[in-house]
Design a protein around this ligand. Sequence first.
Ligand code: SAH
Ligand code: MG
Length: 215
Amino acid sequence: MPIYDDALESYVRQEFSAEDQILRTIREAIPRRGLPAITVRPEEGRFLQFLAAASQAGRALEIGTLGGYSGTWIARGLADGGKLITLELEPAHAEVAQEHFDMAGVADRVEIRIGNAHELLPDLSQRGPFDFVFIDAEKEGYPDYLDWTLANLRPGGILAAHNAFRSGRVADPHNHEDSVDVMRAFNQQMGADPRLISSVFPAGDGTAFAIFRGS
Ligand code: SAH
Ligand code: MG
């Protein structure tokens, strides 16, 4: 019998997620605008805000903007004068996200870069080292995103990666979908890398997270 069931999820959301009207409007607009409904959940967003604040993020990076919901949470956790750069492959997603960052009053702190993150990241090294990195784009890319992140995070910086659970499929030994195998390998590296103190936030679809001790 799982403890963290739907009732407890609702309870946690009510007591801790602190989603205001702006965030709610953004979350609800995303599927209405024809974007996939794969935005992080409110309690996951709150956790990202917490991690951004815990890392005292002046330089934050997100890989996978979608409609700007997680980005708005992260932007609200930045240190004074901090900036979030967020990467998005689909121009149509970036357009919706820009509207949402404008609406949330965080557009001065958020810079969307449109393109394939694998091509954008090499140039972004010069904008680092980063205090906080959130990985939430295509799952097959996670191993490369992790390598880049570990080379571009400051000691004491925090990284987080969404969908660590793949809807629970990572724990099914019979499931060998590519994205599930990739996520298992990713989680294993997060858990075993001696440069990281890591764990997973088990709400929603799981957010693997770690503080980087340095190389
Ligand atoms: N972080 C968002 C959800 C991101 S969904 C939130 O919770 O609000 C994943 C996004 O990554 C999609 O918008 C998708 O277009 C984008 N994406 C997929 N592959 C990408 C790539 N290679 N480079 C950049 N963005 C990518
Ligand atoms: Mg996700």
